[in-house]
Write a protein that binds this ligand. Structure first.
Ligand code: ZN
Length: 493
């Protein structure tokens, strides 16, 4: 059984300033057998495909190309040249491999290309055109996916993550690959139905272990116990791509039972619609959030995480400013992106030296004003470390230039060349920061960090600071989303 494998996965923030281009993605692209070697390093859709290929006596994976997000800030609209280059590379490679028995496509669902309203459907369509109607194509998606019937039309099965933080990409890869193998062997005949409840929500409301998403995923798992059901998925969607198919989608895949697939998709879709208001409850602004957090700390609840989820450029200063103005102590900001600042520090400052710098607030007016800081340089360099939390445990990180400034009173700010992730504490401890002494830990993240930090922190406080990825979607200027999408479509305002 010859199975073509390709990954072209991008979460495009169309409200961000810089375009997504070949120049940006190409340095991180992997081709050919190296894709499987890289997949073996941590769990992913492709490591899931590989697991199934090892189980199946006669399944050969033919890896083509793996294109993903570049490190650093989120980027805006992918240009057509970039989309065409990788999509055509996939389609042409499949053509050269023919005959193939099946195709596994690891896509994302939140790619945005101005000229191509439904990029994932178009990638799949071009592959479908190449292989014809009788070769099964299975697609995996992130749950931050915006899709409609077009993708269902060109694929045989759509399989979407059910965890946010994303911990089940390998499992979903396995489900897709198993379904493909069974289809090729004639053991199942997948039929799928896709429904859209008509809800658009900010990522911060989409954590899978908490309502409303937990309620919805529990219903999916309930349906998956029914005979003949292969997989039931929900993508709550990605609100920071202003695209025609933005919003939640439900996909049910059954074995040769379209009516059952439709019934399930409609049931889960109507459950989601009933829960729609829970996807837009208001969150505190920075001033109120910092006041609340300081009160929690006074009450002995520590440490507290402040999830500054709207900052997609990494240089937002709103929470830092409030912490300083309200006199907070024992805090760390795990990352403010400011390449110019750290470059100057590397040139002019020495470890242990006291410096005065201005940080952040550069990329967009929404990032806030730069903040003047006076502090001691406790770390200056390019840290290398291994992730220790459930998110990508074991993955080796080689960061760009980073500086840790100690402002006194156990107040710490890390300034990075790029936006810094902090899905576990390794990015802090690698610099020498003792997390156990801290009351407040500020992360530029929405939900992924909770896989690790929920075990460490007493409370997780999401804040809706001004930024390119706000929780309150009414502040964004949408042009393309459906008119009737709740709560921001013109019908609801
Ligand atoms: Zn995601």
């Amino acid at each position: 059984m010859r199975v073509a494998v390709a990954q072209f996965s991008h979460e495009t923030c169309t409200f961000c300033p810089d375009p997504t281009t070949i120049d940006r993605l190409e340095p991180h692209v992997v081709r050919g057998p190296a894709i499987l070697d890289k997949a073996a390093e941590s769990s992913s859709y492709i490591s899931g495909f590989a697991n199934v290929a090892r189980e199946e006596a006669d399944m050969e994976l033919l890896p083509i190309v793996s294109v993903g997000m570049a490190p650093g800030p989120y980027t805006s609209w992918m240009d057509l040249e970039c989309f065409d280059k990788y999509t055509n590379e996939i389609a042409e490679a499949v053509r050269n491999m023919m005959p193939v028995d099946g195709v596994l496509l690891a896509l994302h669902g939140a790619m945005a290309v101005r000229e191509i309203p439904r990029p994932e459907a178009e990638i799949t369509r071009r592959v479908r055109e190449t292989v014809g109607d009788h070769v099964p194509i299975m697609v995996t998606l992130d749950l931050h996916a915006n899709e409609d019937e077009a993708l269902a039309r060109y694929s045989d099965g759509i399989f979407i993550l059910k965890t946010y933080p994303h911990l089940d990409s390998e499992e979903i890869g396995e489900t897709a690959a198993r379904c493909l193998a069974a289809t090729v062997k004639g053991q199942v005949k997948p039929r799928q139905a896709l429904r859209r409840p008509g809800i658009l929500s900010a990522s911060i409301y989409q954590a899978s272990e908490y309502p409303p998403m937990k309620t919805i995923y529990d219903r999916c798992r309930e349906w998956e116990k029914t005979a003949g059901v292969i997989c039931v998925s929900v993508a709550p969607g990605y609100a920071y791509a202003d695209v025609v198919d933005a919003g939640m989608s439900v996909v049910a895949v059954t074995d040769d039972d379209l009516a059952l697939a439709q019934t399930i998709a409609e049931d889960v879709s109507s459950l989601a619609w009933d829960l729609r208001e829970e996807f837009s409850r208001p969150l505190p602004k920075p001033a109120a959030a910092v006041t609340d957090v300081m009160r929690l700390v006074d009450d002995g609840q520590r440490p507290v995480i402040i999830a500054d989820g709207s900052d997609r450029t990494g240089d937002g200063t709103h929470v830092l400013r409030e912490l300083l103005e309200q006199g907070a102590k024992n805090f760390v900001i795990a990352g403010i992106a400011d390449a110019a600042c750290v470059t100057r520090l590397e040139r002019d400052a020495a470890l242990g030296q006291s410096v005065e710098v201005s940080v952040g607030g550069q990329s967009t007016p929404l990032a806030g004003e730069p903040v003047r800081l006076q502090g001691k340089v406790e770390y200056l360099g390019r840290p290398q470390y291994t992730l220790v939390g459930p998110m990508q445990r074991g993955r080796k990180v080689e960061e760009g230039l980073v500086a840790w400034l100690n402002l006194g009173d156990n107040r710490h700010v890390v300034v990075g060349e790029r936006m810094r992730g902090a899905n576990d504490e390794s990015g802090l401890t690698a610099l020498g920061i003792d997390v156990s002494t801290l009351d407040i830990i500020v992360l530029k993240d929405r939900v992924h960090h909770r896989a690790y930090w929920d075990q460490v922190a007493e409370v997780d406080v999401p804040v809706d600071a001004p930024g390119l990825g706000p929780a309150d979607l009414t502040v964004l200027e949408y042009k393309n989303v459906p008119n009737d999408i709740y709560p921001i479509g013109s019908k609801w305002r």
